[in-house]
Design a protein around this ligand. Structure first.
Ligand code: FES
Length: 105
């Protein structure tokens, strides 16, 4: 059984137009998930250690696009595809969450 260092869930939920909560799909989650997937595929160390899953609604919809990284339980919000290299470098390689994107509980 794989022993991933990080398990990442990216919300890709889409709601109908006009829904009061909106959705991560309206805010660019597909690009975030694609950028993360591409980063993992291009980095052998990450491919072995980081598992990426798309997910239905994770809860903090208005802060989307959202993702959560386990086992540490770090929540990110307002993530764009442009933020992915920093998350990869700082969090996945460096073990330091990107504070400016962390959702506070
Ligand atoms: S729609 Fe993404 S967190 Fe709810």
């Amino acid at each position: 059984m794989p022993a991933w260092k990080h398990h990442v869930f990216v919300c890709t939920n889409k709601r109908p137009p006009g829904h009061p909560k909106g959705s991560c799909a309206d805010r660019g989650c597909a690009e975030v998930a694609a950028a993360l997937g591409a980063a993992l595929e291009q980095d052998e160390a990450l491919w072995e250690n980081v598992k990426l899953q798309t997910s239905n609604c994770l809860g903090p919809c208005r802060a989307g696009p959202t993702l959560v990284v386990y086992p540490e339980g770090t929540w990110y919000g307002g993530v764009t595809a442009a933020d992915v290299p920093e998350i990869v470098r700082e969090h996945f390689h460096g073990g330091r969450p990107v504070k400016r994107l962390v959702l506070e509980g």
